[in-house]
Design a protein around this ligand. Structure first.
Ligand code: ASP
Length: 439
């Protein structure tokens, strides 16, 4: 029996009306057999996400403060949803247990996970689906990493016993049974894990936008929706700051070659964005798939005569970072120069150590730093087949009177990364977008 896994984000489950929309979507296709839920999100601008309220409750309880007012607000939100759906269901016992858990310090992750847990119980009841607690089927290793293979074995066996089920997203269990969450937005990962275990034909991720946009709408006015994108392109864009889908949610479905469809709960008729392994499909008019970027990088520029023939020079430089557990983003180099691009936040409080360390280990002629760098990734699978993409990017940037500080192209030729000053970031993104997207 084929299955589609549907995951609904917090805004899609923020109140009873939204739950009804979700149920309508699920019931519209009988393959939608496994449903993964987030916690209730914001109902309006200025509202609070339940997950944030649970975090706050936990912090207040830990500080010995009274949590009654806050906890009552949480209780009310769930009770409003249950009443709005006309369900003969009470989560009072669960809520009481959670409240006690806050005082008994059952853990920050436990507290945060309860938003999805309760939402899962409610939606399962409304749909008439089974409820499967994620703590029984999603597992982490002792070091906190996700235990993918064990999870997949247990979960796929479990799914064989449930034709239709709802799962709370965002969390699983440590080997000792305590709750652990993924990072924020992690219900997307749960959806992907369930899709893999169910050998689903499709993983639908329902949210409040009609797919991935070609650029950040806060920077570019009304950017186009991306119709089709590959996992690898998406990874590049997500890593560089494009949100919508948690970046780690690609891996489980990628292993199984399951496509992801980003869909809009408010506009189910929109096609959304399809995320696939490979596709020959690309728009010949738009060679690029998307543009994303981030501010907040520092370049450490190193020069030394005859660097090109000094064996081990790069290793000596990088060993300094390794000792401090700092990862680098890019490593552009010349013949006698190299730059290491690092997130500025990773260097905070450690810059002196790194600069001194490079002096001692690699004995360069000069070391200087450039702070306030923004990186922009221009991503497109069609770049491999088309000439002149780089020329167009640099023409656009030059015409916008922006100085390029760094250039990097991945060996798979699906991205070109440029480093510029942070102050030029928005202008550069707009210029590149306008150069490639004509109508
Ligand atoms: N509720 C969690 C969060 O706010 C997880 C999720 O929504 O995916 O981060």
């Amino acid at each position: 029996m084929s299955a589609t896994v549907t995951k609904f984000g917090g805004t899609s489950l923020a109140d009873a009306e939204k739950f009804k929309q979700v149920a309508e979507i699920v019931r519209a296709d009988e393959d939608r057999r496994y449903v993964v839920v987030s916690a209730p999100g914001k109902r309006f601008k200025g509202d609070f996400k339940i997950t944030d309220m649970f975090y706050l409750c936990y912090e207040k309880a830990a500080a010995g403060e009274n949590i009654d007012v806050l906890f009552n607000e949480i209780t009310e939100r769930y009770n409003e949803i249950i009443a709005g759906l006309g369900l003969d269901l009470s989560v009072d016992r669960e809520l009481e247990r959670i409240r006690n858990g806050m005082y008994n310090m059952t853990g920050r992750d436990y507290a945060a996970s309860r938003g999805e847990y309760l939402n899962g119980i409610i939606l399962a009841s409304y749909l008439g689906y089974d409820f499967i607690d994620a703590r029984e089927v999603i597992f982490f290793n002792n070091d906190g990493t996700f235990n993918a293979e064990y999870t997949n074995d247990v979960l796929s066996a479990r799914l064989r016993r449930h034709e239709r089920a709802v799962f709370p997203g965002f969390y699983g269990a440590m080997p000792n049974g305590t709750i652990k969450t993924f990072s924020r937005g992690g219900s997307d990962i749960t959806g992907s894990i369930v899709a893999r275990a169910a050998n689903a034909k499709l993983y639908e991720n329902w949210t409040d936008v009609s797919g991935f946009l070609m650029a950040d709408p806060r920077v570019v006015e009304d950017p186009k929706v991306i119709n089709t994108i590959t996992y690898r392109e998406l990874r590049e864009l997500s890593y560089m700051g494009a949100t919508v889908l948690h970046e780690d949610s690609i891996f489980p479905v990628q292993i199984a070659g399951i496509p992801i469809n980003i869909k809009n709960t408010d506009r189910p008729e929109d096609r959304g964005t399809m995320i696939v392994a490979e596709t020959p499909e690309y728009d010949t008019k738009n060679i690029i798939t998307g543009i994303a970027g981030k501010k907040g990088f520092t370049a450490i520029n190193i020069s030394k005569d005859l660097m090109n023939v000094e064996i081990g020079f790069g290793r000596k430089v990088l060993s300094v970072l390794e000792k401090k557990n700092i990862s680098f983003e890019h490593l552009p180099s010349g013949i006698d120069t190299m730059s290491v691009i690092i997130k500025s936040s990773d260097l905070s409080g450690r810059l002196d150590y790194v600069l001194n360390g490079i002096q001692q280990e690699a004995c360069p002629d000069t070391v200087s730093i450039d702070e306030g760098i923004a990186l922009i990734a221009v991503v497109g699978r069609a770049m491999v087949k088309s000439k002149g993409t780089a020329a167009k990017i640099f023409k656009a940037i030059a015409e916008a009177d922006i100085n390029v500080k760094m250039i990097d192209q991945g060996s798979d030729e699906i991205n070109i990364i440029i480093g510029i000053e942070e102050k030029d970031y928005e202008k550069a993104v707009r210029a590149i977008y306008a150069e490639f997207v004509k109508d």
